[in-house]
Write a protein of this length. Structure first.
Length: 590
């Protein structure tokens, strides 16, 4: 091989690895977190776990990615180790799909339809469709599909380039001499493990082996130990991912390692014992891409059938490696709910956004509770309820800190336009919920001040505050319910009520000034009343923001700062009708 042949080999390898990365990324984006959600909701049935693990890995084309996700699930408490064991087994089966696709490069036939099955024949068509989608599509889903098609085409071109580059090596004795050293089982296992550990993908490692097989230097007997090593080497990704994680996550990585090591050892022992007895003829035959794919599949199915009845045993082995400590048994810290914000999920933004959304919904409910409790203190003050408001406000601060940091990191990932919009809406939302908590705390302090100084509003002021409070409670309930249930139609009813609350605030100030002039209200009480009204009105503003964010998610042409002025004629009529209904419902007594 001359320098140009070597450059072709390196270029082919680069295209192969890049294509695999692009295709996998497109598949993950297209799933939008759905595959991860399926894994999360998995039952404890081991057989279902195996089938689901195989299915998910076949779709995303990476057992390493599946296992890293599992490490994240166990680390965040979403999944138990017992559930993860079956998925790990299935993931190893699912990853063999890639090697079968790559084996199609070896098809040779004069028949048109059979030749069309060869990747070099249909890849250009996929590439053409992919580039048309990428240049013309406006929807994220079509763009994600174009990444899959282009990634697959690039992957196959890389495979062809590698195969063509190494074909001349079949006549180079020095090269074939190096490969014959892999007939030593231990050398084969080590070589396979090192190659996979370096590129962190068993699919890519097996693909490289398939490309080299065109030289005719590999026999079935020599590739079996290499493939065993490749399955062991793929565990490195999960082991690295578990560094810094909790003990449960590290046990998950060890289960993956033990599954592949035990399966490989048993498979190799059986193979060499039986080969010694029966002298398998195929062991000395030259293997190609399809033969390597077959061995890869046979091993992973064998290992799964062998160890599936012993899932509890693998789990116990992991616990023996990393024993349960007393501290772990007693651990029940309040940070557990934030463990779902695992950094491993950042590589799958769709799922990470879902995890954040579930926490922001909890934050919404906490904000609603804090505000409702604070408003109730003006009617019936209790120290216990005041402390509850303070506790929930502190909790909202913690949510904003944890979610804000995580969303900032998530925003730096390679997001689709839709995902970017979701992250932006969540970041704004947590700020609004935190501010609602601040206003609840302000109201709690005002109520406590009135209680301490034994102040009471006049009868008319109390009636006005009751109407104002009912309107604020209504807009709070509507916006929170719309956010938690993702109900856009309910979100549309928030802004007309916010306009009415603005009018109520202005009207109440006018009435207060009149009472002040007539001497029916003190300046001291007037200042407290004004502070309460300001907090009520600002809570309504935050509720309005939340509703508009939701509406924007459905229609990204909506301008948040000029929402009312940009309503369509039909929507404007509905808006005015709702506003009239709210004005009639929330009127101050004469």
């Amino acid at each position: 091989m001359d320098i140009f042949g070597f450059l072709s080999l390196i270029g082919g390898l680069a295209l192969f690895l890049y294509g695999m990365n692009v295709m996998g990324g497109g598949l993950e984006k297209l799933s939008g977190g759905k595959l991860e959600r399926i894994l999360e909701n998995l039952t404890s049935n081991p057989l279902k776990a195996v089938l689901l693990g195989a299915g998910v890995t076949a779709v995303i084309q990476s057992s390493s990615a599946t296992t890293v996700m599992l490490v994240g699930f166990v680390n965040s408490g979403i999944m138990k180790l017992s559930q993860a064991v079956g998925i790990i087994m299935g993931a190893n089966i699912g990853t063999t799909i890639t090697s079968w696709l790559l084996s199609l490069t070896g098809i040779e036939s004069g028949n048109f339809f059979i030749r069309m099955l060869k990747p070099s024949s249909f890849s250009p068509i996929l590439a053409l469709i992919g580039i048309i989608f990428m240049m013309s599509a406006k929807s994220d889903r079509k763009k994600d599909a174009s990444e899959i098609l282009l990634g697959f085409a690039v992957l196959m071109y890389g495979m062809e380039a590698m195969s063509n580059a190494v074909k001349p090596l079949a006549d180079v004795p020095e090269f074939t001499g190096i490969l014959t050293k892999f007939n030593n089982p231990l050398a084969g296992v080590v070589a396979g493990a090192l190659l996979t550990a370096i590129i962190q993908s068993s699919s890519a490692s097996v693909g490289i082996l398939q490309a080299l097989s065109v030289t005719g230097a590999f026999t079935y007997g020599s590739v079996i130990p290499i493939i065993m090593g490749q399955n062991i080497g793929t565990c490195v990704t999960a082991m690295i991912s578990s560094v810094g994680a909790n003990k449960g996550a590290r046990r998950t990585a060890f289960v993956h390692l033990y599954f592949n090591v035990i399966g490989s050892v048993v498979f190799l022992i059986l193979y060499f014992v039986l080969n010694g007895i029966f002298q398998f003829e195929f062991a000395r035959e030259t293997t190609g891409a399809a033969g390597i794919a077959a061995i890869h599949s046979i091993f992973n199915i064998f290992a799964t059938l062998l160890l599936l009845p012993f899932t509890r045993g693998l789990e116990k082995l992991a616990y023996l490696t990393i024993p349960v400590t007393e501290e772990e048994k007693l651990s029940s810290d309040g940070e557990n709910e934030f463990k779902i914000l695992d950094v491993r999920f950042l590589s799958t933004p769709g799922f990470a956004i879902e995890q954040c959304t579930s926490l922001v919904r909890k934050m919404a409910e906490i904000a609603e509770k804090a505000m409702t409790e604070a408003m109730g203190l003006f009617e019936n003050y209790s120290r216990k309820q005041a402390e509850s408001v303070k506790y929930h406000e502190d909790l909202l601060d913690k949510y904003e800190d944890k979610l804000g940091s995580y969303l900032t990191r998530l925003n730096s990932q390679n997001l689709t336009a839709r995902e970017g919009q979701s992250v932006s809406a969540l970041m704004h939302s947590i700020n609004d919920f935190e501010r609602i908590g601040d206003h609840a705390l302000n109201l709690m302090e005002l109520a406590g001040d009135m209680k301490k100084r034994e102040l009471e509003f006049s009868r008319k002021a109390r009636l006005e505050m009751e109407v104002f409070g009912d309107a604020v409670q209504d807009i709070l309930n509507r916006s929170i319910q719309a956010f938690v249930q993702h109900d856009t139609s309910l979100a549309m009813t928030v802004e007309p009520l916010e306009e009415v609350i603005d009018d109520l605030n202005k009207e109440m100030k006018k009435r207060h000034i009149k009472r002040l002039r007539k001497g029916k209200c003190t300046i001291e009480l007037g200042m407290i009343l004004s502070e309460i009204a300001v907090n009520y009105e600002r809570v309504a503003d935050h509720c309005s923001n939340l509703a508009v964010y939701m509406i924007q998610m459905e229609d990204n042409t909506v301008e948040a700062h000029d929402y009312v002025n940009n309503l369509s004629e039909e929507t404007r009529v509905r808006f005015a009708r709702m506003q009239e209904d709210y004005q009639e419902k929330y009127q101050f007594p004469s």
